[in-house]
Write a protein that binds this ligand. Sequence first.
Ligand code: ZN
Length: 205
Amino acid sequence: MSPLSKVDSDEAGCKRSIVDDLCGGGLPVDEDRHFPKDDFIDRLTGAQYFLHRHLSAEVGDTTHIHIFKRWSSEQTRAVGLDSTITHLAALALDAKGQPDHWFVVNQWVVGDYWLSADETVDLFRGWAFSKGSNLKNPRYRYWHEWLANLVAANLDQTIHGLLRQRDQILDRMVDANPGVNVLEDRSIEVICHSGGWERGRTLHA
Ligand SMILES: [Zn+2]
């Protein structure tokens, strides 16, 4: 059983998906529409995520969750940033709103503070929402834990592997395109993924 199928079963017996709970099942095809509107952000732990759906030139119509962490360090404060944000990966959902696969994207897609695969995995260890936070809808706590469990179960193998693959692909592209900032190259959107569409094939390898 894969880590995805192991943790996506709903122990509470609830048949609703995260898509149902965040947008009533009617999710528009519009990348600028985040669900929830201002993202879920935990100021204490730095955990952040949102759901959206859009048409991508590379992968077509895709519904997915972008997972971030807000953080700061002496280094970031030294350059005038109170806090910054790093993207872990996106979790693509199937037509029923169930986890399907992971994918990682180029920097311009999320505009984040870029870290290496190893640094990213270290940053997201223990990624979770704090229990005490006020929630507009008590069901949100369920989805926070559901996503934290998925991240924890997939971080060291699937996600770390994808991020390492991302770094290797980008290194090769940098070598092959001197003087070009590949992190800003709009023709490179999804760098690699763990399956789903054209399962097993790596884009831009
Ligand atoms: Zn997206």
